[in-house]
Design a protein around this ligand. Structure first.
Ligand code: SF4
Length: 262
């Protein structure tokens, strides 16, 4: 097992673990945005830069995807590493100035404002980390969104910037977006769930007992296909909101004959 010496702390990690894994084991904080343990890291936000000791010089590397193959010495809290990360944070702040999540992280890093001009309105509040695109394609299996445009016009969008027919309204993209750009909006009056800003809408499945919104009907169908339990009882359970599901289970348990001790 190789050893990572990070800010003077020695940590042994499995071969090919990342520098970020080593830092977390050593309880050293390195800011991350585009990193998510469920998808392959592309280090697109560059916020996790640290310095790797190359003997007579230091190289900036991204901690979230740099594999540890041999003993290495890394500086996460050096002036060089922190300065590089603050520079990246300023660029990100210009892209997503309204993101509370980003501003909170900037504050923790000691960045109060950005020197860079704000990006255009259509690109606003997306740092182009690509997490939503990866999760939609590789974890959910839908590929309802992707990158569109180039250079300064690059943005995450549904095909032709129209509501995507492949979107099932699961909200996984919103759950992973590190800057809170994607929102799940429930339109109760129309029984629909909308994924904003992509304008995709899906029919909502309402709880069979209390009519509270549960999930989109497509998500429920997909879950049933995946789980492969096709009894009528299970299909009925999936159509209930968590509260009614719990009440139903409690009633069933209460109706069961009690076991006698001894
Ligand atoms: S919408 Fe959010 S998750 Fe998707 S690329 Fe932009 S910042 Fe990343």
């Amino acid at each position: 097992m190789p050893t990572v010496t990070i800010d003077g702390h020695k940590v042994r990690v499995k071969k090919n673990a990342t520098v970020l894994d080593a830092a977390r084991r050593a309880e050293i904080w390195i800011p991350t945005l585009c990193y998510h343990p469920s998808v392959l890291s592309e280090a697109s936000c560059r916020l996790c830069m640290v310095e790797l000791d190359r003997g007579d010089w230091r190289q900036l590397i991204t901690a979230c995807n740099y594999p540890v193959r041999r003993d290495i010495v890394v500086y996460a809290s050096s002036e060089g590493a922190e300065q590089a990360r603050r520079g990246v944070m300023e660029l990100l702040l210009a892209r997503a100035p309204e993101s509370e999540e980003l501003r909170a992280m900037a504050e923790r890093m000691g960045v109060e404002k950005t020197r860079y001009p704000k990006v255009t309105e259509s690109q606003r509040n997306c740092i182009l980390c690509g997490l939503c695109v990866q999760v939609c394609e590789h974890l959910i299996g839908q590929a309802a969104i992707g990158f569109a445009g180039r250079g300064v016009d690059k943005a995450v969008a549904a095909p032709f910037r129209q509501p995507s027919e492949d979107c099932i309204g699961c909200g996984a993209c919103a759950a992973v977006c590190p800057v809170g750009t994607i929102k799940v909006r429930v339109h109760k009056d129309q029984n629909e769930v909308e994924i904003s800003p992509f304008k995709s809408r899906s029919k909502l499945m309402l709880c069979h007992e209390c009519s509270a919104p549960v999930v989109s009907t497509e998500v429920a169908e997909k879950a049933l296909q995946k789980i492969e339990i096709n009894t009528e009882e299970f299909r009925e359970l999936i159509r209930l909101c968590p509260r009614c599901r719990m009440l139903r289970t409690a009633k069933q348990l209460a109706a069961m004959p009690a076991y006698e001790n001894g």
